[in-house]
Design a protein around this ligand. Structure first.
Ligand SMILES: NC(=O)C1=CN([C@@H]2O[C@H](COP(=O)(O)OP(=O)(O)OC[C@H]3O[C@@H](n4cnc5c(N)ncnc54)[C@H](OP(=O)(O)O)[C@@H]3O)[C@@H](O)[C@H]2O)[C@H](O)CC1
Ligand code: K
Length: 500
């Protein structure tokens, strides 16, 4: 699903009006109806609802929503925040229609006009939408502050008032902190940026049948992966396949004291459909892998405690494996860095790079250009910062991300809420699964195993990253549903993986 910018959203609105054709006021009615359908479903027996409307089209939506809810017998109190002398045409039209069904409209110009908000009330925020052009101030800012302080459930229409759709807010900006955001048709970029969590709440899109062809043709680097899109990437297994069909993966993982990471990545790799798996670990890890992951072959490194790339057992050179995953638990020993330096130039196929392998790369940036084309790097924000530099806000982070993947011709999975998968062309796919329970040791090792398995099976690296991150998050969601996010551990995520 595409994420469009404010100008494109406005143009999409106009394209729908022209093409369908539909009068703007009827499109607003459609939007209001879509919101009301969601609202009635979520709050079937609301006793007390207050709506706050602005004077632009977001306010117009709010006035139509108020009328439609009154028609459905919701005891709704209407408040209009009069921050400007004029309303937009469609807002004015809906204001008139609203006055025909209720006389009970409160106008807020000064602090004293702000109503008290009672416990357990539901607040609908329709003050400002995607037309926000400057920070909130004056009476708008005061009303937003009062709503945020109230012990009520808040639902934002389209986007929280005060939140920019696709540019950074200042830390001092006063913005609605909703429990829910019900947005029209497409998610907004602001929703998937970690710092905005409290200004978005749980968000839902409602379909208002905007012109599909415009959406299809609109250029954008930003996408949001929906379940049906991720599932389309999953390949069916042929009945007459054998283990050779699904590749032979090599994991270079583990060091003394960090063999758990090796075990987790190996188990996840096996649970993600790889045909054969070889795990190369320092000698100290040999018995651990052989007993805890019996399905894998184990190649003991020549070194007792860290990986050096040498081995006492004859094996094929790394370049002959279908895929390689490197990083979980490997540490940053000079011998391991030396291994990386020798290994990278010999490889042609994309590999998966995680954890300390990323840290070694950030301390030896000349190695970044030695990575095989289309390799997948899986940093969390701190690791990505080490690979690049500090950013001021999430938008700058996205720019750094796009620059990085284009410079080094790699795929980056920037982990976090809505993990961002950046392609070598500079597109970014935001993942839709996962929960805070996944922020625990070992879940990254699991992801490395999954991605290595998908590459071994011949998935294209971007598809592998989008599908793998989705499946990993979904497994985490299954665990959270069953036992809650707090007690989740990485092994649970492996057990909950489903490739259907
Ligand atoms: N395509 C769709 O998805 C549809 C969206 N709809 C709804 O329309 C709004 C966007 O409406 P718009 O009128 O463009 O914008 P707003 O309602 O957000 O209000 C803009 C007006 O407010 C002024 N403004 C901007 N920032 C501030 C501020 N900080 N304080 C006070 N006033 C502000 C702005 O003035 P300018 O000076 O910038 O011109 C505007 O006058 C969208 O969010 C949906 O809710 C349609 O109803 C259906 C289709
Ligand atoms: K709003």
């Amino acid at each position: 699903m595409k994420i469009l910018n404010v100008d494109q959203i406005r143009a999409l609105d106009e394209a729908t009006i022209r093409h369908e054709p539909i009068a703007p006021i009827n499109l607003m009615e459609r939007a209001a109806l879509a919101f009301v359908d969601w609202f009635v479903d979520r709050f079937p027996d609301t006793t007390s609802t207050k709506i706050f409307c602005g004077l632009g089209n977001n306010g117009g939506d709010g006035m139509a929503i108020a009328r439609l809810l009154l028609e459905r017998n919701y005891p709704i109190e209407v408040n209009v925040v009069r921050y400007a002398p004029r309303e937009s045409d469609d807002c004015m039209h809906n204001h008139r229609r609203l006055k025909l069904v209720t006389e009970n409209i409160r106008y807020i110009e000064f602090s004293r006009d702000i109503p008290a908000i009672r416990h357990n009330e539901v607040i609908i925020d329709a003050i400002l939408g995607t037309g926000l052009s400057r920070p909130t101030e004056g009476i708008v800012k005061e009303v937003i502050g009062a709503i945020n302080r109230a012990p009520a459930t808040v639902v934002a229409v389209d986007i929280a008032s005060g939140l920019y759709t696709d540019q950074a807010n200042a830390p001092t900006d006063v913005i609605i902190e909703p429990d829910y955001t019900v947005t029209f048709q497409l998610p907004k970029l602001a929703f998937v940026l970690p710092k905005n969590g409290r200004y978005v709440g749980e968000w839902h899109t409602v379909d208002i049948r905007l012109y599909k062809r415009y959406i299809d043709l609109a250029p954008t680097p930003y996408y949001y992966t929906q379940p049906q899109e991720a599932r389309l990437l999953l390949r069916k297994r042929e009945r007459y396949s054998n283990k050779g069909t699904f590749g032979h993966a090599l994991l270079l993982v583990g060091s003394h004291g960090k063999m758990g990471a090796a075990v987790l990545s190996a188990r996840a790799c096996l649970r993600s459909g790889v045909g054969l798996l070889t795990v190369q670990v320092p000698r100290c890890g040999y018995g651990i892998i052989q007993t805890s992951v019996p399905e894998a072959m184990c190649l003991p490194d020549g070194h007792q405690n860290v990986l050096t790339g040498s081995s006492e057992i004859e094996g094929p050179p790394p370049s002959e494996y279908s895929s390689i995953g490197i990083g979980p638990g490997i540490g940053k020993a000079p011998e391991t860095l030396a291994m990386l330096k020798t290994l990278l130039p010999t490889l042609k196929k994309p590999i998966v790079v995680d954890a300390d392998a990323l840290n070694l790369l950030s301390e030896n940036r000349e190695l970044l250009s030695k990575l095989p084309k289309n390799s997948i790097l899986t940093p969390h924000p701190k690791e990505f910062e080490r690979l690049t530099k500090k950013w001021d806000d999430d938008y700058q982070k996205l720019e750094l991300l796009r620059e990085f993947v284009k410079t080094y011709n790699v795929v980056v999975v920037l982990k976090g809420a809505y993990s961002a998968i950046a392609t070598p062309e500079g597109d970014i796919h935001f993942n839709s699964t996962g929960n805070p329970g996944l922020s625990t040791g070992g879940t990254g090792d699991v992801l490395t195993g999954i991605l290595t398995a998908l590459l071994a099976q011949g998935y294209d690296p971007v598809e592998a990253a989008v599908l793998g991150v989705f499946a990993h998050g979904l497994a985490g969601d299954r665990v959270a549903e069953e036992r809650g996010p707090i007690g989740m551990i990485a092994s649970d995520v492996i057990d909950a993986l489903r490739w259907t």
